[in-house]
Design a protein around this ligand. Structure first.
Ligand SMILES: [Zn+2]
Length: 153
């Protein structure tokens, strides 16, 4: 089973209705995770080097995303972190990449940002989280499509 097929199965298990919004999907992810998942819009300076962050605590999980990003990209970043949660990944690989890379020199700061953008797909966990984000976007878009049809048919 490839990453896209795994992602489709995990998203299907949430049983989201077509056109579900982020709030509904968040509740379903919380149920699957058996912990409340709390969303935190965050200033760009706090999430300078990453677009989203999932932090699991004892009684809740927290997903941080950049309030300054375009809304559609915020949704993608949130869905990516939801992907890590429903796939039961232990950590976000992008963070490992940032922490483990030999990029501690401040003079390489510009290069860190480019590496981050590609870092989304640098291992199997990131591939699966991205595929889940796409699959969740298809759930959201499915509702939009039927609403558009309802207007014109
Ligand atoms: Zn990730």
């Amino acid at each position: 089973m490839n990453a896209q097929q795994k992602a489709e199965r995990l998203v299907e298990s949430l049983e989201c209705p077509p056109g579900a919004g982020i709030a509904d999907i968040r509740e379903r992810v919380s149920q699957a995770h058996q912990k409340d998942v709390v969303l935190h819009p965050t200033s760009d300076s706090e999430l300078r080097d990453i677009t989203g962050l999932w932090v699991e605590m004892e009684h809740a999980s927290h997903v941080f995303y950049r309030a300054d990003d375009p809304e559609i990209y915020q949704a993608h970043s949130i869905f990516h972190e939801f992907g890590h949660i429903i796939a039961d990944h232990t950590t976000c690989g992008v963070l490992e990449f940032i922490d483990n890379s030999a990029i501690s020199s401040a003079s390489l700061g510009g290069q860190i940002q480019r590496a981050r953008a590609r870092g989304f797909r640098y291992n199997d966990d990131e591939d699966l989280a991205e595929e889940i984000a796409y699959a969740l976007s298809r759930v959201v878009i499915a509702g939009t499509k039927s609403n558009v049809r309802a207007v014109f048919e």
